[in-house]
Design a protein. Sequence first.
Length: 202
Amino acid sequence: MTSAATNAIPLVLASGSPRRKTLLEAAGLPFEIVESGIDEILREGESAIDFAMRMAAEKALNVSARRPAALVLAADTIVECDGRILGKPVDPAEARAMLQTLSGNTHTVVTAFAIASARKISESHSAITRVTFRRLSSDEIAEYVASGAPLDKAGAYGIQDAGAGFIAHVEGSRDNVMGLPVREVLAALRRHGLTTPSSDWP
């Protein structure tokens, strides 16, 4: 939690993601973390954007039911490559397969966020970033997977850790790839009465 700003309306982040926590702290917002515990299950025929939007809304509503007086922010990040949706790998073998799919390819990172209050969704949006990986060697993939870093990340990599070295080009927000499109989130929170840093951030 950070104390760089104060607000009459409490802000709750409905996520246990350390990346989202870091991004909100860097933006100077005071907030509390309450995890939703929602299972992230893709429905048949669901697109990456629809999946991310639904998950963000379900997480926000789940936590808003417990904290109706707060402004609840939830988000969900999905990676899509060659028509395949890549969530968080369940084990090292799946992480390895995901990284092999991303190697030498351009993929799309979708992060959706939802804001809820009084048990209702008041606003939701999605942001898209296109990321191109250079060609990865099997040794690079094996070393990264062995570090354990991919296992809690959509698409099995993090732009904020050693996975950044796999990236040849980013088109769009890097914060979005980390799990939260901060500029868009801050603008939305202002519309709901929160005092946030300058619109020029970052």
